[in-house]
Design a protein around this ligand. Structure first.
Ligand SMILES: NC(=O)c1ccc[n+]([C@@H]2O[C@H](COP(=O)([O-])OP(=O)(O)OC[C@H]3O[C@@H](n4cnc5c(N)ncnc54)[C@H](O)[C@@H]3O)[C@@H](O)[C@H]2O)c1
Ligand SMILES: [Zn+2]
Length: 376
């Protein structure tokens, strides 16, 4: 079975991301290579338990690597909670996992973030293997070591940096993913082109349809290029003191839309980010940073992938009156990418060249949002 390797260079915390078809059944080879002698405990959700768990569990059990039966949690964002953190922690303690042992997270970003967080605090940190099964998790959440849960105060406000020891991104698992989830993950793929790789964006314009049709060549290239882009940024700035914040392109707008829509499944994260990326380019054009026409090109590509790419699309899909500009700006300010009371936004000089900006005042942002809302 062929697979490709992306190395995340973080000194003693370095690890490999393996991408390819048919990796799950080979986990019993790959995990001991990364973590000799580790006993494994699988954490997953009920969807994966029906679809892909056996392909991972059986070889690990046959090799004598499992410390106990898998823990199967309910699917959905609500699982990233204190209550489920307690459940995962108790499960791992019951199995008597030690520091050299590994939590194996089989699932999307929800399972990866929760199980990774549990691993990071159990006995002050045990090892952790990501087996991402959504496109979003394969290109984004499984790489880079951010873990965490949500509280009633907001998303991801409790968490740690805890790098995995290995990421096994089996492209074959994406065959069972709903098209809407696949498209939402694709928004994050597009993000890597937009923020730092114009040639990759050109390639996506030509190959986006093949990726969404799960063509193995196109999908493999897209996942590998995305992981490489994220790995390079994380290697430079593990704890997001600077450059890593570029990965938030479209996210400050997107988080505001998600908070307003209420994490109910009406608006997926990737859908919110798609609209947010278009607005980031619109704002970049408005401030004169970026030549006219780039935002239109970004929107056209996202729309061709079946993603929402405007505030009008946001209103259509949520079927609700949108909040006013001041309220949206307020929601953006609540996003945690604030420092010293000033919002840091990711803007762009052109497609493939994003920058961090602290130059946009609240008044400018509100005016901009007002003009965008008038267009609906
Ligand atoms: N840690 C990070 O750096 C980071 C980055 C981005 C997002 N995130 C987090 O990731 C989460 C979102 O991740 P997600 O989009 O993967 O959502 P998710 O984990 O909720 O998965 C989406 C849905 O797809 C199902 N599913 C997963 N794999 C499947 C498969 N192969 N076949 C069929 N169904 C499958 C899940 O059961 C779930 O119902 C959010 O909580 C977000 O905050 C974290
Ligand atoms: Zn994202």
């Amino acid at each position: 079975m062929t697979y490709r390797t992306v190395h995340v260079a973080l000194g003693a915390r370095s690890y490999d991301i393996l991408t390819g078809e048919g990796l799950l059944p080979q986990a019993a080879d790959f995990i001991p290579r990364a973590l000799p002698k580790a006993r494994c405990a699988i954490v997953t959700d009920a969807h994966l338990a029906d679809l892909h768990l056996a392909a991972l569990e059986e070889p690990l059990r046959a090799a004598g690597l499992l410390a106990g039966p898998p823990l199967v949690l309910p699917p959905g964002e609500a699982t990233k909670s204190f209550a489920h953190l307690e459940e995962v922690s108790s499960y791992l303690l019951d199995l008597r996992l030690e520091r050299g042992d590994a939590v194996v997270a089989l699932g999307g970003g929800v399972i990866g973030d929760l199980a990774g967080f549990a691993a990071s605090i159990l006995k002050r940190g045990i090892r952790f293997v990501q087996v991402p099964t959504t496109l979003l998790a394969q290109v984004d959440s499984s790489v880079g070591g951010k873990t965490g849960i949500n509280t009633e105060h907001g998303k991801n406000l409790i968490g740690t940096f805890h790098q995995p020891s290995l990421v096994l991104a089996d492209l074959g698992t994406l065959a069972t993913l709903e098209l809407r989830e696949l498209r939402a993950g694709y928004a994050e793929v597009v993000k890597y082109g937009l923020l730092g790789d114009a040639a990759f964006f050109d390639w996506l314009e030509a190959n986006g349809a093949a990726i969404l049709a799960l063509d193995p060549q196109a999908l493999g290239h897209a996942v590998e290029t995305s992981c490489r882009a994220k790995a390079a940024i994380v290697a430079e700035d593990e704890r997001e003191s600077g450059r890593r914040a570029l990965l938030n392109l479209g996210h400050t707008f997107g988080h505001a839309f998600e908070a307003w829509a209420g994490y109910s499944g009406v608006l997926l994260h990737g859908e919110a980010v798609a609209i947010g990326m278009v607005l980031a380019f619109e704002l970049s054009e408005k401030t004169g940073l970026c030549p006219a026409g780039e935002a239109r090109r970004v929107a056209a590509h996202l729309e061709s992938a079946g993603l929402p790419a405007s505030l009008a699309a946001l209103r259509r899909m949520t079927n609700r009156e949108l909040p006013g500009a001041a309220e949206l700006a307020q929601l953006m300010a609540h996003d945690k990418k604030m420092s010293g009371g000033q919002l840091t936004l990711v803007l762009a000089r052109r497609i493939g060249d994003a920058i961090l900006s602290r130059d946009i005042s609240n008044t400018q942002l509100t005016e901009f949002l007002d003009t965008q809302l008038e267009r609906i």
